[in-house]
Design a binder for this molecule. Structure first.
Ligand code: DGL
Length: 276
């Protein structure tokens, strides 16, 4: 039994799609969530900056005595997971490996699409992991950078979302893919528009695989194996580096509840992050 909280972090609100699954599947667990809303998006940035930001957030959570870290961001998982693991005294769960495993199991045609941020796509991690798990599988990747600001601005139902989905996903025409990885934790917010656009492009239903369920299944297995589950009661805190009202709006959409009393500011300083 371990009653310490679980640290979950992302560049912004997207990681809440992973936290939502954690709340659903492990309701006795307390969560400390960090959304770096002042510096989102991470996706267009270089690896060195992403490393720095990610380590700051991880260290903030580790200093609060978490029992595990969940990197609820594909961009950070793809570029900095190893660096975080090297520094973390507690287990670190990323959103990439469990999702690739789920997609490889799901595909019948052996053709998997991956959409993500520029940085995630450039990392090549999906192709590498898929080839290790199932040699011969084809992985087609496509960056969709504007999906992150569309999600952060709560515009998933606006026509701009469909316009960009048609633009980005047109690349999969004639590819034979039957499985599409939502390789960014913001993208489940655009799930229906992405699903409609990709089905229309390839001409048959495509299975969408997002990171939340496989990642939280891995976390649950890890906590259980280590006898580190909590019996509750759960208490959650959400730390944001900027504009908490915007975060609260999108959080309400994702979590279907008001989190305003649980949100706290996290001040960015020259040396990293600190209490606000
Ligand atoms: N949720 C992050 C991810 O999964 C968004 C990346 C960004 O900030 O650009 O990659």
């Amino acid at each position: 039994m371990d009653h310490r909280p679980i640290g979950v972090f992302d560049s912004g609100v997207g990681g809440l799609t992973v936290a939502r699954e954690l709340f659903r599947r492990l309701p006795q667990e307390s969560v400390l969530y960090v959304g770096d809303t002042a510096r989102v998006p991470y996706g267009p940035r270089g690896a060195e900056i992403i490393h720095r930001f990610a380590l700051e957030l991880a260290e903030f959570l580790l200093a609060r005595n978490v029992k595990a870290l969940v990197i609820a961001c594909n961009t950070v998982s793809a570029t900095a997971a190893d660096a975080i693991r090297l520094r973390s005294p507690v287990p670190v769960y990323d959103v990439v490996a469990p999702t690739v495993r789920a997609a490889v199991q799901a595909t019948s045609t052996g053709v998997i699409g991956v959409i993500g941020t520029v940085s995630t796509v450039q990392s090549g991690i999906y192709e590498t992991l898929a080839a290790q798990l199932q040699p011969g599988v084809r992985v087609l990747v496509q960056p969709c950078p504007l999906f992150v600001p569309i999600a952060e601005e709560n515009l998933a139902r606006h026509a701009v979302a469909r316009l960009m989905a048609d633009e980005y996903l047109g690349v999969f025409a004639g590819s034979g893919l039957d499985t599409l990885i939502l390789g960014c934790t913001h993208y489940p917010l655009l799930r229906s528009v992405i699903g409609e656009a990709v089905d229309a492009v390839v001409g048959h239903p495509v299975r969408l695989v997002d990171s939340a369920a496989p990642t939280i299944a891995a976390l649950e297995a890890g906590l259980t194996a280590a006898d580190a589950r909590s019996s509750g009661p759960a208490r959650h805190r959400f730390f944001v580096t900027d504009a908490s009202y915007k975060f609260m709006q999108v959080a309400q959409t994702i979590l279907d509840r008001d989190v305003s009393t649980e949100v706290a500011p996290l001040r960015l300083s020259a040396g990293g992050v600190g209490w606000g």
